[in-house]
Each structure stands twice: as C-alpha cells, then as structure tokens.
Design a protein around this ligand. Structure first.
Ligand code: DI6
Ligand code: FE
Length: 403
C-alpha cells in the first residue's frame, strides 16, 4: 500500500465546524499518510514534505468526508412489498403490525434464511449505499428475536464489513418487537431472550452499541431501561428508536442514560428536546421512514437547532418503513421534508453521524482523521442534497486508498 499521497486541484468540503460554510476550501489539497489525513488546505500551502508524494489531480471536483449511515437495518430476510400494497389500500403501519405483519413477518423470513442468503442480500444493499458514497455503515440486529438468530444477524453484519471496504458498526436491537411466541408477554421476552442474547453477543465481541424500539407496538420506557441497564453493565453505549409514532418520553430516557443518539423523533416534545440538548445526545432524523409511512407530523427541527442539539441524517434502511439505500436521497428528503439546510444535511451524514456512532476518528477532513473520502462530480456541496437521489460519485477513498 502506498503510504503517502496528495489529492489536489479539489474543492474541499472539510465539514469542520469552525470557519466558512461546509468548511469550504477552493483550490484545495489533501495529503494522506498511512491511511490518515496528514494535512488539508489551499494547494499553494502544501507543506514541502509532501511536494514529492504521488499526486492525484481532481480537476476541480468536490471532496467530502466519506459518508456515514448511522442507522440501518441492512440485514434481513424477505421483503414487504405486499404490505406496501396493503398500506396504500388504507391500512396503517400499526394495523399491519398488530395483524401479525410488520416487523414480525420479517422475523419469520429472517429466521428461515441461511447465513449465506442473509449475507448476499445485505451485501447487495451495502453495495448501493457504497455507490452513494458510504464508507461507514451501522447495522442493527432485531429481526431474529431469538438468541441464535440475533447472533447470526450480528455475525452477518460483521461479515459485510469484512467483505467490503466499509467500516461496519454492529448494534444489538433485541428489543425491536415482541415475537409471536411471547405475544402479550414483553417482560418475559426481555428476561428470557433479549438480555441473554445481549450477554452472548457481547461475549462474542459482536456488539458496538445497544438499541431499542420504545413505542406502543414495541417496548415501554421501563422495559427499555432494563435493557439499557444491562448495556451499561457490559460497558456498551446505548441509543434508542424514540417518538416515531407517539410520545412515550423515550428520548428523555435515552438522554438520561447518556445515549449516543435518539432516532426518528417526529413526536419529540419540548422536554425531550431540552433533555437531548443538555446531554449532547444526537438527534438522528430518518426522512425515508417519514416519507414511506406517509407521516405528516414533522420532527421539531427548529427547536432542536435552537437548543443546539446535534442533528444527523440516516437511511433507516429496512424492509418495512424505509427500503432506502441512498444517503444522498436521505439528504434531499431531510431538506425538502424537514427543512434542514443542505449544509446541515451533509454534516448529518458526516461529522454528526460520526458523533452518533461514537467515532472520533472520522466525519471531517482534518489532520489525524481517517482518510475516508468521497470525490464527487459536482461543483458545490449543496448539489449533493439538491439532486433527487442522483449520487454523482467519481471516487471513494477508504483509509487512504481508492476503492
Ligand atoms: N422503526 C422503524 O421504522 C423500523 N424499526 C423501527 O423500530 C421499522 C422496521 C420494520 O418495519 O421492519
Ligand atoms: Fe430503525
């Protein structure tokens, strides 16, 4: 592997929070050493130490940090196209779920799928995310809901990262839904399956974070608190699907537990906003699910912004509420539906998404960061959110090498 390289004649959207919008540097260069960014700035200021390094001319193309999808359910069996039809005929997401469809139908398909089949379909989706510029992707379990299938999902998530030039962060989501065999016995499910599965997965090194679904059709704040207690005992960070379809106070619970993020948040109220801002818990917005479920209640973006809560954007790629495999399209939707600025949307899939995953080594173009970079055939960073799902990716660099 070549240790030193310089990308030059580029527009850099460094996404560093200080300085001009997007941390923009026109006529910029980035010097890379051993997979890390050694220097970034105006090309004319390139330190002499890099003047003899192999040079890559980008002809004025845009360079951003590699994109980060901080919320996906990329590993699952089957699809839910028939349910999409039912919902278009008038059934609500909750009605479909209560009728035995929804998450539980994907649980059946996931349990029945082989490891090889789960990996093949997850890789196909990962390749679409990669084509849209992703260099880091979070993947959740939560369609197994028995100990063995939860572990299998997490192993497949790790295998996705091994098979591609992609960092995968694996999240345990055993508290995603109550499986049919525990119907009306959610507490027994937490005790008999969820906590033992978490212990076993953590012992196998399969868990980077612990998530839950706090909702009327899933788990109560008390049940989630028990899962978070176990995560804490295991030394694992937590995050939460909160306030997606109703307000159970999940975001405030997450913030009290020092969660990395609370995600969805359409029903977040003023107390939840204040709790998240005070704790520095990232608000992860998932416009794909808002769109696909034809929701009308908007997350309180202005209040989050005013309170200084960090805002990230992700695909929520999953078969039921967001079959979306494009971060540029998620950015576009975050702007059109939620009124994020294109700069906030790009920060939401770079710097702030890294924060939502607890990764301090990426998400901005700055010395010491991993050299995960995207080169785009566009003249200005606003174009990434402006185009409707078109991802004009010219090149992707992972750890300092094009791939
Ligand atoms: N909220 C969601 O939007 C996804 N999971 C969750 O907790 C939906 C998952 C699905 O419908 O399969
Ligand atoms: Fe989700």
């Amino acid at each position: 592997m070549s240790a030193r390289r310089v990308l030059t004649d580029a527009i850099l959207a460094t996404m560093t929070p200080e300085g001009p919008p997007y941390g923009l540097i026109e006529g910029g260069a980035v010097a890379v050493t051993d997979g890390r960014i050694a220097w970034a700035g105006p090309a004319g200021d390139l330190p002499t130490a890099f003047r003899d390094a192999p040079l890559e001319r980008l002809d004025g193309r845009l360079v951003t940090p590699g994109l980060i999808d901080c919320h996906t359910h990329l590993v699952f069996g089957g699809d839910r196209a028939r349910e999409f039809e039912m919902r278009l005929e008038g059934a609500s997401y909750e009605e479909v779920a209560r009728a035995g469809g929804g998450i539980v139908s994907t649980v059946r398909a996931t349990r029945a799928a082989s490891d090889a089949a789960l990996l093949a379909s997850a890789l196909a989706r990962a390749d679409r995310l990669i084509a849209g510029g992703a260099t880091t992707v979070e993947i959740k379990s939560g369609y197994g809901l028995d100990v063995e299938t939860e572990l299998r999902m997490l192993r497949v998530a790790r295998a996705v990262g091994d098979a591609r030039a992609l960092t995968v962060r694996a999240t345990f989501l055993g508290a995603h839904a109550v499986p049919p065999e525990y119907r009306d016995r959610p507490d027994a499910y937490i005790d008999d399956v969820c906590l033992p599965a978490l212990d076993a997965a953590a012992a196998e090194g399969l868990v980077d974070a612990v998530d839950g679904f706090c909702e009327g059709i899933a788990f109560s704040p008390d049940q989630i608190a028990r899962v978070f207690g176990r995560a804490k005992a295991l030394g694992l960070p937590v995050k939460l699907h909160a306030e997606q379809l109703s307000n159970l106070g999940g975001a405030a619970l997450a913030a009290r537990c020092g969660a990395l993020s609370a995600d969805h948040l359409e029903w977040l109220d003023a107390d939840g906003v204040a709790a998240m801002a005070a704790a520095g818990t990232v608000a992860v917005l998932l416009p794909g699910a808002f769109y696909f479920l034809r929701e009308t209640k908007l997350p309180p973006v202005a209040a989050l912004r005013e309170a200084g809560a960090p805002i990230a954007v992700a695909t929520d790629c999953n078969p039921g509420s967001s079959p979306l495999t494009s971060l540029p399209l998620a950015m576009n939707m975050a702007c059109t539906f939620f009124r994020l600025t294109p700069e906030e949307a790009l920060a939401g899939v770079t710097r702030v998404a890294a924060q939502a995953l607890g990764l301090g080594d990426r998400g901005v173009i700055a010395p010491g960061m991993r050299a995960d970079l995207c080169v785009w055939d566009v003249a200005h960073p606003a174009e990434l959110a402006y185009r409707i799902g078109d991802a004009p990716l010219a090149a992707r660099w992972v750890k300092g090498a094009p791939c």
